[in-house]
Structure formats: C-alpha cells, structure tokens
Design a protein around this ligand. Sequence first.
Ligand code: ZN
Length: 87
Amino acid sequence: MVIDLIYFCLINFNNNNFMKQKYYVNNNAQSNGDHEIHVDTCYYFPMMHNRTYLGEFETCQEAVREAKKRYEKSNGCVDCCWLCHTS
Ligand SMILES: [Zn+2]
C-alpha cells in the first residue's frame, strides 16, 4: 500500500512536469489558519471573490512559495495539491 502511494506520487509528479497549471490561493483561511492553494480544476476550488490568482507553475511547491509572499500560512489543498499538503 505504501509502495502504491509512492508510485502514484511519482506518476503525479512526472505528469506535473509536462504542463504548467494555474494555481490560486483561497483568501479565506481554514479553521487552522491555513490558506489553501488549488488548481483551477479542483473540486474544492474557491469562489471567484474568495480566491487570488498566483500564476502558472509546474509544481505545487512553486505555487506555495508564491502564496507565502501573500499569506504566511499557505498550504496545498489535500485534494489537488496533496504533494504540498502538510497539515
Ligand atoms: Zn484543491
């Protein structure tokens, strides 16, 4: 199971290298104070007035770096950016 997870992780990582995705940060903090980062295809994508466009990035790590200029507590969405989800 752990092996499967790592394998999936690598596949996902490789796919992300092929194309840039548009990343957004939620302007509303979660209950733990985190501002979640999403791609525009995410099921949990925030409403237009609740999100700020970060830019196009190849990896969610780059998106997190950009988001942290705006919100110190930024974190990847568990659904679309789970490689960058830390809490
Ligand atoms: Zn998301």
